[in-house]
Structures are given as structure tokens and as C-alpha cells.
Design a protein around this ligand. Structure first.
Ligand SMILES: Nc1ncnc2c1ncn2[C@@H]1O[C@H](COP(=O)(O)OP(=O)(O)OP(=O)(O)O)[C@@H](O)[C@H]1O
Ligand SMILES: [Mg+2]
Length: 449
């Protein structure tokens, strides 16, 4: 990457220093003296008139060299500045920044950009106006303000097209050493540094966090309001009505249970999030986990009038995983199939080995129901916290809307993937692809045993 040529340096940068001027005056005197002595010796003219004439002539002659000396100094300074800006150090600093970074001059011409800027902004090149690459009006206005005031600014803006993206830019003035700006009360910058940061991911996480708190509070507030209402009724109108008291107390127990489930799920989610990047250390038998969980869910299956059909390998299916967490995964998928696909009367749970195109071996757990299925527009959002296709039916079935979010987090920790397939009216299939045991996993387990 190269930068285009530099601006002319300012007068103050190019002017000769006082020391240089004193040096020049001394040379003028010495030259005149030498010429006068030479005239006396060679032409036998009287000393003082010769000295006077030579002094006058040399002073006039010195005027021309003095101008060109000043010009030479200026050119040297220009060359020096051209060589040093953007100097290797500055380039290395700008290149080391992890976000797109532009250096422009006071006229808004791009002088240098780092690799991140080249990768992010199509066609950006030094020598072009900055506005060719950076079009956000608020950014360009802030740039002008920094050019005119010399003070740094930080601004943020949103771009809506092609997708909503949040940006923040830090615009800072740069003063060259020996620049005319130095020493002035209101200095104008020689160059301006624009550092741009994409805040979309941060904002998305922030929004997720606030949405989560809002949703969790909302989910808790509903049963809490119901509990308060029933307590007031029991203290008032139902004080002497034992039949109503029984009915209300049983509803209150239900609501308290709903609050407990929600709090359990929230805690479970935050516990799993905490260790999201730590791969489980133990080796478990997935076939046994599936058998155990399906047995545990058989009372629910009976209540829903659904038969669970299991198709598992005869031998143990050993893989690296956390037993309790994998039970949670199977439990939520089978429970969902029983609750939301009950109209199909059957739920098939299978486990089979697969090898993908890259020769990676995995175990695929599938949970298939024959219920109403899920409309395609909901499929990508199922693992969002509190997302439910039908809020009322989920609540009626004691759902919190956190089950698949927990599943997703557990699977991320297991380096596994969740896939969903569904046709409305044809039921739904949830597939979990878990990496098969590798030799290194076995060795690790032997070592830690
Ligand atoms: N097999 C399925 N068939 C149809 N819809 C489903 C199925 N599985 C999940 N869903 C839909 O996805 C939503 C999210 O499921 P999730 O397991 O995250 O929450 P939940 O079951 O409502 O609550 P929780 O699992 O916390 O008790 C459900 O509310 C339901 O609308
Ligand atoms: Mg669920």
C-alpha cells in the first residue's frame, strides 16, 4: 500500500532557523573582506574604498544565494517530511489496529489506509477523497469539524442497508513535528486519523441481554400477578368458602410451579453459558442416556397418548459429553415431540453413525414426531430465548420457551449441531449431530482415570 505525494510544508516548517541566518551574515562579511584584500593586493587600489565596494557587492550577491539557501532548506524539509510521513512507525501502528483505519489530510484526501479498511471498503485508495469510501453524512460532518477545530471527536451512526449495522468512529487530529500548528492557540491539524469500529455484534448482545431481562421479568410477572390476585381473594371474598379455597390453592400451586420452572431454566442457561467454551471431559454412553430419558418420559407419553418408538444400536455409543446436559437435550427434544406433536400418536427416537464429506465421523440422534409440524418461517428462530410458535399453547403445556435455547448452548459446548426439518401437517424432525469419539479422547480418558 502506498500513499500519494504530500502537501507543501508550511512557511514556518520551511523557513531557515535564526542560527542559519547568523551563519549566512558571517559568510557575507568574510567573503567581502577576502575580496577587498584580493583587490588591494592584485590591483593596488586603496583598501577602504575597495572594502566598501566589495562589501556592498557581496551583500547584493548574498541576497540571491540567501534566497536559494532558504529554498534549499524548504525543499529538504519537504523531502524529509515526504520520506517520514506516513513513516514506518506510523504505518505499523495504523496497520496493527484491528479495525478499519484511514489517515487523511486537511482537504479530506485519503493518505493511508490499513489492511482492514482495504478489506472492508471496496475500491478505497490513497489519493481519493475520503468521502469516496466513507459516505455516512454524520461522519463526514464530524471530520470537517475536526479539520476546523483541531479537537478529537467520537461519533456513532447506523447504516440500514444491506443489513442494520452500528458503527462508531474516533476522529483524531495529527500534528507533524515542527508543524505551523504547534504553538498556535487554535491549531489546525496537518492530518486526521479516522478509526472505525463495527459495533453491531456488541449492540446485538446488549439487545439480547435487555430482551432477556424484559422477557424473563414478563414471564415471572404473569404468575406473580395471578398469585397476588388469588391471595387477595382468599383473604377477602373466599375467606369462608372452603371449596373455592381448594380450587384457588391448586391454581396457586400451578403458578408457583411455573415460576420455579422458569427460574430453574434461567439458572440452567446461565450455568451452561458460563462453561460454553469448555469442552466436557468425561466419556458417556449416549444410547444409555436416550433409553434412560425415554423411560423417564413414559408417564408424560401415556398422558399425551403417544407411543415412543426407540431405535438404538445394540452396543454402547461412547462419546465425549456431560451426562446431565445430554439428558437435558434428549429430554427437551422428546418432551417437545410429545407435547407439540401429540396428534401424530408416535414419536420415533433414533441414533445412527454417519460419516460426512470431510470424513468426519459423528453420531446422529433424531427425534421425529407426526404432529402438526412447524411453519418454515419459525424454524430459524426456535433456539432464541423465549421464542415460541404459539405462546398460549406452550404456556398451557407448562413451557417456558427456554428449552431449545438451553439445548443450543449445551450442543455448542459439545461441538455438536442441531438441525430441524418440518413440513406443516407432516410433523417435525430434530437432529443432533455429535462428534464421534476420537483416539485422543480415549487416551485422555485413560490418562485421567
Ligand atoms: N416438535 C415440535 N413440534 C412443533 N412445535 C415445536 C416442536 N418443538 C418445539 N416447538 C416449538 O418451539 C417452541 C420452543 O420450544 P422450546 O423447547 O424452546 O420451549 P417450550 O417447549 O415452549 O418451553 P420449555 O422447553 O422451556 O418447557 C415451542 O414453544 C413450540 O412452539
Ligand atoms: Mg421445550
Amino acid at each position: 500500500m502506498s500513499s500519494s505525494s504530500l502537501d507543501e510544508p508550511t512557511e514556518a516548517q520551511s523557513a531557515a532557523s535564526p542560527l542559519t541566518r547568523i551563519g549566512e551574515a558571517r559568510w557575507v562579511l568574510l567573503t567581502a573582506l577576502a575580496a577587498a584584500v584580493a583587490a588591494v593586493v592584485l590591483f593596488q587600489v586603496p583598501f577602504w574604498p575597495a572594502a566598501g565596494a566589495m562589501l556592498a557587492m557581496t551583500a547584493v550577491a548574498a541576497f540571491i544565494p540567501r534566497r536559494s539557501a532558504s529554498r534549499r532548506v524548504r525543499l529538504n524539509t519537504q523531502r524529509e517530511m515526504r520520506r517520514m510521513w506516513p513513516g514506518t512507525g506510523m504505518k505499523m501502528t495504523v496497520d496493527a489496529l484491528p479495525t478499519p483505519c484511514f489517515v487523511a489530510d486537511g482537504r479530506g484526501i485519503t493518505r493511508y489506509v490499513n489492511a482492514q479498511a482495504l478489506a472492508t471498503y471496496d475500491g478505497v485508495k490513497p489519493g481519493d477523497p475520503l468521502s469516496f469510501s466513507l459516505r455516512a453524512p454524520s461522519l463526514l460532518e464530524a471530520f470537517d469539524r475536526v479539520c476546523n477545530s483541531g479537537g478529537a471527536e467520537r461519533i456513532s451512526w447506523i447504516e440500514k442497508v444491506p443489513t442494520e449495522t452500528w458503527y462508531e468512529a474516533h476522529i483524531a487530529p495529527i500534528y507533524m513535528p515542527g508543524s505551523s500548528a504547534q504553538g498556535r492557540s487554535n491549531p489546525l491539524p496537518d492530518f486526521i486519523l479516522v478509526v472505525i469500529q463495527d459495533l453491531t455484534e456488541n449492540r446485538r448482545l446488549e439487545r439480547m441481554r435487555t430482551d432477556f431481562v424484559a422477557n424473563a421479568s414478563h414471564e415471572l410477572r404473569t404468575p406473580l400477578a395471578s398469585l397476588t390476585g388469588f391471595i387477595e381473594t382468599l383473604q377477602g371474598p373466599a375467606r369462608n368458602d372452603p371449596e373455592a379455597q381448594d380450587r384457588f390453592l391448586s391454581i396457586m400451586l400451578d403458578q408457583a410451579g411455573r415460576m420455579r420452572r422458569l427460574i430453574d431454566d434461567i439458572l440452567s442457561l446461565s450455568r451452561i453459558e458460563l462453561k460454553a467454551h469448555v469442552r466436557p471431559a468425561s466419556i458417556v454412553d449416549l444410547a444409555e442416556i436416550i433409553r434412560h430419558t425415554s423411560d423417564a418420559l413414559s408417564p408424560l407419553a401415556r398422558d399425551m397418548d403417544v407411543k415412543i418408538r426407540i431405535d438404538l444400536p445394540k452396543t454402547a455409543v461412547r462419546l465425549r459429553g456431560d451426562r446431565d446436559e445430554l439428558i437435558q437435550v434428549v429430554e427437551n427434544l422428546v418432551e417437545n415431540a410429545l407435547k407439540y406433536g401429540s396428534s401424530g400418536n408416535f414419536v420415533d427416537v433414533g441414533l445412527s453413525a454417519q460419516v460426512d464429506d470431510l470424513n468426519a465421523a459423528s453420531w446422529v440422534l433424531s427425534v421425529r414426531d407426526y404432529g402438526e409440524g412447524i411453519p418454515s418461517e419459525h424454524l430459524p428462530r426456535l433456539t432464541e430465548r423465549f421464542y415460541r410458535v404459539d405462546v398460549e399453547s406452550s404456556r398451557a403445556l407448562k413451557g417456558t420457551g427456554l428449552g431449545l435455547a438451553i439445548v443450543k448452548h449445551i450442543l455448542t459446548r459439545h461441538r455438536a449441531r442441531l438441525e430441524v426439518e418440518s413440513e406443516p401437517g407432516e410433523g417435525a424432525t430434530f437432529r443432533v449431530r455429535l462428534p464421534a469419539l476420537e483416539q485422543s479422547d480415549e487416551q485422555e480418558e485413560t490418562a485421567s482415570a
